[in-house]
Design a protein. Structure first.
Lengths: 109, 254
């Protein structure tokens, strides 16, 4: 079972989750990382769930189209990912900033 | 007289009540997963699906109003669910219309109730009826456990096909992507509420029955989509992967 370590508010929260787990889904059903993980729309738009990956990034899938559009290359390069868009299969260590990131404006289609 | 089940047994019974009638077994779902539907078929799906899911916040609003005030978590869940449907991010029906337009139909056609089938009208009416008349915990069992909790498993099968076989873009299929996350939360929270508050044998039995009926209603709706719009183009005997148990379920449901 993947181990998840979440740094937030200067504290460290740790728990195990089932393989192929989405942390926003877990928090939404009131299981770890609830109540520590901040999240919002669950659809890759608001960025409230964004975290910086400290360890375990090598096991993650490539950022999807929403992460690319909303986070942009700079923040992806700094290790930020959207927790609502990722299903974890391996151990991971994350840090969530005090203030939510602001989404990049997406040009009208 | 049934005895009160413990939460594990009750949950297993709820899951069993749904699984035999799961909409993934309907021929329309099978054809979708195979990649054999045309864009015109998908237009008709969107024009019907809008009238089933479009009023979802309305259904939940009726349940919310009748949910006892001291069931605070259940009320908050319903409110949050409504919020997400309508204003939490993009309005979910707008994403459905985006997909519909990519298929070739229009916002006007999708939102026009004259374009839904009689069966879709029946499903919509059943949802309103349950929301207004059933015990609110039984209504959560019907609408959230029986219907909404099925969505992630359906869309997990259908969404890759939309990209790979039907060649829709990421943006065009966002409606399906988002429900894989949101309805997994909603479905599971629905289970939690029903497990906690269906606290008499009678209430448990009513929840089980309505879950079964809800799943049956969705299967009926999905099956009718096939007969109304697809059967003329893809007969059952030419539908790859639609055999055996699934076919028998169809006959039972029809």
């Amino acid at each position: 079972m993947p181990s998840v370590v979440l740094h937030r508010h200067g504290q460290v929260h740790q728990g195990e989750v089932k393989e192929n787990t989405n942390l926003v889904v877990r928090a939404g059903i009131k299981q770890f990382p609830h109540p520590h993980l901040r999240y919002g729309c669950g659809m890759g738009k608001c960025l409230r769930c964004a975290c910086r990956i400290l360890k375990g990034a090598e096991h993650l899938p490539e950022p999807n189209w929403k992460e690319k559009a909303r986070l942009g290359d700079d923040r992806l390069g700094q290790g930020y990912r959207l927790m609502c868009q990722i299903w974890f299969t391996h151990d991971v260590e994350l840090e969530q900033d005090e203030a939510p990131l602001q989404p990049l404006a997406v040009p009208a289609a | 007289m049934s005895e009160l089940m413990n939460p594990d047994d009750f949950r297993a019974a709820l899951e069993k009540a749904i699984v035999g009638k799961a909409a993934t077994k309907a021929p329309f779902s099978v054809a979708w997963a195979n990649g054999t539907l045309s864009r015109e078929h998908l237009c008709r799906w969107a024009e019907n699906h809008y009238h089933y899911v479009g009023p979802f916040a309305d259904y939940l609003g009726y349940v919310y109003a009748r949910m006892p005030a001291h069931y605070t978590e259940a009320k908050d869940f319903l409110l949050h669910n409504m919020y997400e449907e309508e204003i939490g991010g993009d309005r979910h029906t707008d994403l459905l219309i985006r997909f519909a337009e990519a298929c070739g139909t229009t916002r006007e056609r999708v939102t026009n109730p004259d374009n839904m089938s009689a069966t879709t009208r029946g499903l919509q009416g059943w949802c309103y009826s349950v929301a207004m008349r059933e015990d609110p915990i039984v209504a959560v069992a019907a609408l959230v456990v029986g219907l909404e909790s099925q969505v992630p498993s359906i869309y997990r099968k259908q969404t890759p096909t939309l990209r790979e076989k039907y060649k829709f873009s990421d943006s065009e299929v966002e409606f399906f992507d988002l429900h894989i996350v949101s309805d997994e939360i909603h479905g599971e929270r629905g289970y939690q509420i029903v497990l906690e508050h269906a606290n008499t044998p009678d209430l448990q039995q009513r929840c089980l029955k309505i879950c079964e009926v809800g799943a049956q209603m969705r299967l009926l709706y999905t099956t009718a989509l096939y007969w109304d719009y697809v059967a003329k183009d893809i007969p059952l005997n030419q539908l790859e992967g639609f055999q055996g148990q699934a076919q028998r379920e169809l006959v039972k449901a029809a």
